[in-house]
Ligand binder design. Sequence first.
Ligand code: GLY
Ligand code: MN
Ligand code: MN
Length: 520
Amino acid sequence: MNDAEHTTDASTQPLEDRVNNRSQRPSSDAFKAFMASSWAPASQELPAEEAVAAHAARRRRAISEQFKGERLVIPAGPHKVRSNDTDYRFRPHSAFAHLTGLGVDHEPDAVLILEPTDDGQGDDGGHHHATLYFRPMAGRDTEQFYADARSGEFWIGPRPSLADLKARLDLATAHLDELEVAITKNVGASEIGGISIRLLRKVDENIDALVDTARYNTAQDPENLDLSQLDALDEKLAEALSELRLIKDEWEVEQLKLAVAATVEGFHEVVKALPRAVAHHRGERVVEGAFFAKAREEGNDLGYDTIAASGNNATILHWINNNGQVKEGDLLLLDAGVEAESLYTADITRTLPVNGTFSEVQRRVYEAVLDAADAAFAAARPGLKFRELHQIATRVLAERLAEWGLLPVTVEEAVSESGQQHRRWMPHGTSHHLGMDVHDCAQAKRELYLDAELAEGMVFTIEPGLYFKSEDLAIPEEYRGIGVRIEDDILVTADGAVNLSAALPRTADDVEAWMASLRA
Ligand code: GLY
Ligand code: MN
Ligand code: MN
């Protein structure tokens, strides 16, 4: 299917028009008139305001406080082409979703603008007035209705009107046609009454170009415009938007719990699918597919590509080919997360014995990783430095590696900065913030991330692992080909930490009992 217009001029036809060559859409006036007629009237009923609206307003208010007097431009991003004229499923940029409350599917090409106002005259007593610019659903009397494959209702179903999103989000809305003026008007130096822009860059290249042009055209000395200085202004906005997500509000925590619950169900489905995986020549794909089915049934999608890694593949940290066999006697490392409709995702890993029972050496490695995770979890509370989670977990691993005779140095030498030999078998970090992005808050300053103290409302992973590659000659043969990671999603509360993913069995005994119960 495609929606392109028919054309006949073959020899001089530009390449970009040739997509039209397979269109047989009628263009007669009779057809157009008939298509525009006799549709039942659209419902006039407005949707209810969503629970997220008040939270999104508070987030916008917090950003407003940091950028008084400046126009803030936060795009959702465009569709991304997957292949020729087919797109990936649309997902808005997380900062846009966070500030609007919009989740799945909303809204390609949309832009949120926070327009500066006189002090205290903005939304909620702030310094800006927010407007969401987007392409509302076109009427059934327009050609867009049946001819636009990306946004026409005949192609992709109903979309919201300006009034719909205003009602849902309690946020002013305007047509995308008004965006260019809204971004470019009055741009210029403040000395002459102009407004400076801060843009969340690299989300929508059309908006980047629009802002660059506006800045260039209004610069007092365009030829010597210092682009790096302007980039730095923009980067400060990206940083602030990322840092705004370090502490989750109660609505976000609920969304993360939903994502975790669906992910737990997905892991159950995988255990049930293991016999089929073992019988299949690409059993890891069976595992991936079983989890994916749950992700689509219960949520929006996967939060990231599933790692379904069996045997030695479990020692490849981001193994997403998932085209290997799943063999009896091996371990299966499954790192997977369901993304909710709100776009919040879980990020959970369990390592399972394919035949339901850990071998002695598999259990030994598993329990070392579990002890590392438990030690980090036991220490997690407000006031602990984020970086200490990693130090606590990896020290436990270093101690076990020393016990087993694998460390070439003492534990103290290994954990010192000049050593780190234990990291040969766990070269990744132990924790990252989790939210709408699986690696959330990635643009936050180091002092607010790694060097920060844990605080109530933070959500992050604890995910130690040990990875003994089959080619690793520094270890005895019995360890080779074993990869174990255990990853849980942790919420910091006033008096400690809560393991949001504790519903999924963690101890070796509990994992075996769980597998036996699902496979009975
Ligand atoms: N699944 C990616 C990670 O655990 O960070
Ligand atoms: Mn993770
Ligand atoms: Mn993970």
